[in-house]
Design a protein around this ligand. Structure first.
Ligand code: CP
Length: 307
């Protein structure tokens, strides 16, 4: 296993590889230990954008694998003095890092760093721009499988909200298609929808109630105001009125539909408290699964890195 043990996008994986990672994550959730790794194996988390869930769950996963961990904080680093991401990566790599976990605001930045690194250094994308968040998609697939079974072909999935700016939505869509989901509905305000050719297997639905009708998985997304040009949304109140997932709206889905959100949530905007904290919410289960999925992904990357 060589460079294919990088994980930059879901498109790096096939369905069997996704299922293999899901099975390994399930094994970790049931208490499996990590496989034997070199004694001085080292993971560095290189986050140029803020994160709570992704960064800490990668760190927790590395601890679980028993490998060394370097954590890079932009604010307290020489990046704040103008050092580039490439120089930052090269300098940390020189300390003996096997796997970088990188988040960056620019599309393609993680792939760009991977191209510049040494031949034995591996990369895992922890989110780049609007493009990819592959480990979020994997943990979402694990969460769906835990609640709805391993056969994805009969799933009816509604992806709701700010899809245009969402790397989670793009990676989730790709994973759902690879796992065989045939009924994917996307719904949101028109300025927040992606181009149709980005999601050719999805049905674009205007009314939220129609998108939710008989859905058994409801994926809500954060309104990403930091990536948004001005004026795309009238107001957060109007957004909640038209696209917020409330208990009344959720009643259009199947009674056992699960509700997912990648976090962080804008409570009262894309999701009502009663839904976020309600019986159908699987939001904290997603977070828990993140540790196990990331342990599986890191183990694969570390095994692919032969110094
Ligand atoms: N879902 C997600 O990427 O959350 P963080 O930004 O907190 O990592």
């Amino acid at each position: 296993m060589g460079l294919e043990s990088n994980l930059i996008a879901i498109s790096d994986l096939t369905e069997p590889k996704i299922r293999e990672l899901m099975a390994r994550a399930r094994a970790f959730s049931e208490g499996a230990l990590g496989r034997q790794l070199p004694r001085d194996a080292c993971v560095a988390t290189l986050f140029f954008e803020p994160s709570t869930r992704t960064k800490l769950s990668f760190q927790r996963a590395a601890q679980r694998l028993g490998v060394d961990l370097l954590s890079f904080e932009v604010a307290n680093s020489s990046a704040s003095k103008g050092e580039t991401a490439l120089d930052t990566m090269r300098n940390i790599e020189a300390m003996g890092v096997d796997v970088f976990v990188v988040r960056h605001k620019e599309d393609g930045a993680v792939a760009g760093l991977a191209c510049e690194a040494g031949e034995h250094t591996r990369f895992v994308n922890a989110g780049d721009g609007r493009s990819n968040h592959p480990t979020q998609a994997l943990l979402d697939m694990v969460t769906i499988a835990q609640n709805k079974g391993e056969d994805f072909s009969q799933r009816r999935v509604a992806i709701v909200g700010d899809i245009k700016h969402s790397r989670v939505a793009r990676s989730d869509y790709q994973a759902l298609v690879l796992l065989g989901v045939r009924d994917i509905r996307v719904c949101g305000p028109k300025p927040l929808l992606p181009d149709a050719d980005e999601m050719p297997d999805a049905v674009f639905v205007d009314r939220l109630e129609d998108a939710l009708a008989d859905a058994d998985v409801v994926m809500t997304l954060r309104l990403q105001r930091e990536r948004m040009e001005c004026g795309l949304v009238e107001s957060t109140e109007a957004y909640h009125r038209d696209y917020g997932i409330t208990a009344a709206r959720l009643a259009h889905a199947t009674p056992d539909a699960i509700v997912m959100h990648p976090g962080p949530m804008n409570r009262g905007v894309e999701i009502a408290d009663a839904v976020a904290d309600g019986a159908q919410s699987r939001i904290l289960q997603q977070v828990r699964n993140g540790v196990f999925v990331r342990a599986a992904v890191l183990e694969r990357a570390l095994e692919g890195s032969r110094r």
